[in-house]
Write a new protein. Structure first.
Length: 197
């Protein structure tokens, strides 16, 4: 009986190749740039956050509340009476309201072709009483009356829910569709008041 005696061989562990520090840095840099680009595109074309600067939308929105605005809803959807929208402030806002805010938040009260009027604190659209199913302060204020105003083509009539304390289309006129940035779809701050519109 013979035995084949061999020297035991040492197993050499296989070490995976390590990435160079430079390559790892470049990969992280690419991920970071991609994240920034995606964030920019989403903010520019899809959804943007806004902070409420005044009390004109009380009691629905208060100063400091934060909302998210869907920009695609304007480009690919319709704008209806009752929608809360963010839009570029008309030039007259600075002069007539003493406000230099670039973007405003109001509620759509009239769409192109609507004839708006008021009697007391009631708003009428095409002779029919506007059913405001949202929270609002109904008093229109001393200068808040609307007298048979026809909303021009491509324009929208905006009002704050705090009717008596809102500088809106009753003062500075209508807003062209091209100036509407998007529709508010959720209040996200404060968290205790989270609310879908």
């Amino acid at each position: 009986m013979t035995f084949d005696l061999k020297e035991p061989t040492e197993e050499v562990p296989v070490v995976p190749p390590t990435k160079s520090k430079r390559r790892g840095f470049i990969e992280w840099l690419i991920v970071l740039i991609a994240a920034v680009v995606v964030s920019f595109l989403v903010r520019t074309y899809v959804v943007q956050e806004y902070s409420i600067p005044s009390g004109s939308m009380r009691p629905t929105l208060d100063i400091g509340n934060r909302i998210l605005v869907n920009k695609l809803s304007v480009d690919f959807g319709t704008i209806n009476v009752g929608d809360i929208v963010v839009f570029k402030a008309p030039p007259a806002v600075a002069k007539d309201c003493g406000d230099d805010i670039a973007d405003l938040v109001k509620r759509v009260i009239g769409v192109p072709g609507d004839v708006l009027s008021t009697k007391g604190n009631t708003i009428y659209i095409n002779g029919v009483k506007l059913q405001q199913k949202w929270s609002h302060f109904p008093a229109l204020g001393a200068d808040g009356a609307i007298h048979d105003f026809t909303v021009p083509a491509g324009q929208y009539f905006m009002m704050g829910d705090n009717h008596a304390d809102s500088c809106d289309s009753r003062t500075w006129g209508t807003v062209p569709r091209s100036d509407i940035i998007g529709k508010a779809f959720v209040k996200i701050w404060p968290l205790s008041q989270w609310h879908w519109f």
